[in-house]
Design a binder for this molecule. Sequence first.
Ligand code: FAD
Length: 469
Amino acid sequence: MSPVASSPQASRVQVLIIGGGPGGYVAAIRAGQLGLDTVLVEADRLGGTCLIRGCIPSKALIHAAAEFGVLRRAKGDNPLGLKVNGEVGIDFSRTLRWKDGVVDRLSDGVGGLLRRAKVKVVRGWASFQDARTCEVTAPDGAVQTIEAEHVILAAGSEAVALPHLPFGGDVLSSTEALSLAAVPRTLAVIGAGYIGLELGMAFAELGSKVTVIEAQARVLPQYDAALAAPIARALDRAKIEIHLDARATGFEKGRLTVEPAQGKTLHVAAEKVLVTVGRRPRTEGWGLERMAVDMDGAFVKVDDRCATSMRNVWAIGDLVGEPMLAHKASAQGEMVAEIIAGHRRRFDPAAIPAVCFTTPEVVSVGAWPEPGPEVLTAVFPLAANGRALSQEADDDGGFIRIAARADDHRILALAAVGRHVSELSGEMTALLEMGAVLEDAAGLIHAHPTQSEALGEAALRALGRAIHI
Ligand code: FAD
């Protein structure tokens, strides 16, 4: 949609928020709670990338795939003695309806929360004329002008396309991959970051023959080698073919051309090609250039209060930089609403957790330090944890690791690989955010049997006194 001539209808508002994703809608709810007169403009459904075509539908698909995998394995010989007599199948259209139902419920819920906070939601495409004047074109073409005291930009991000493999037809972004009518027989995934591997593993579990092509020398290049190694083994076990140091250069008639850095060009059979080579901030098509805000590379530049270079224009979430994660967007949104209401706030988290929902999962909190005499590190294997064993979560080579300063034992970073470890991200983040030392983590009484005991054991091990290893 492009802006059309200004309508006579113009309104003034205290806070105008562009984008109803986890950044924008949380900012709007908090602003409403604080009594600020708030308008939220969203062109699509409420919930943004995360809720409509990202975090939530992908995790629903991953869950359905895992359940299907349990059934499939129960057909054969398995240590739990599960038996399925007869055929195992999946009605994928029903799976999609269920996944869409989860999304609908959450999106409707966001609408309800916004109503309760007295936020006015305007459906339409926002386009700025200057830093505080915005024209919104509704789906029916009607235009309204909104002038705002404060503007919060939360326009999010979009998938990056490969120039020689543009999206369309059988070349998909994650959005289309989450709504495929049927499970493809063959699927090529370009890019072995978390989005590509989460979806690639889910489709492999659902029965696709999956091939992953990655330009770098290992999978999950944004995580360190120790965290990525169990995932590489899991991909191997799932019979997912991996081509590292390789580039996809063309796609025709169900064949993807792959050029490895060394060796001969190959062709990979692919009914569908999923391109997950990254996301970029959505900075075009809505008049950002007319707002005169400074940029930081591709992102909108902000300070530690999420203030842009233009007074009373704020920006949050994927639009302002890494990590492009929903919980970071929400935390910034809440903070900016409070700053506008007069609170003294700064965005200075000790740690922002990152989770990769592959099987096994990866969770990482805090930057892992370079080894040296000034740091203490320890690893505790999940194979020595009762809960992991009782959940068959011990056979992935999973572990929990911890790093702390050698002098005062202050915890610097925590990470884990293993099934269900995403649920440990809360304790890990709390430890870092509260400035805990190894003795704090070791001294917590962790419930038995849970994987969190392994976290306590990792801390004990760093102190040289692990009990269960
Ligand atoms: P977005 O969620 O992108 O929302 C921006 C909104 O602004 C959109 O709804 C858009 O329609 C609207 N908009 C933009 N411009 C205009 C305009 N001019 N007028 C009106 N409306 C406009 N993150 C996690 O933390 N955990 C995960 O497990 C996870 N999984 C993911 C899986 C996938 C497949 C993908 C694609 C992403 C995933 N993410 C995950 C990332 C997460 O979705 C984003 O970090 C998050 O959505 C960013 O929030 P945001 O509010 O900044 O922007």
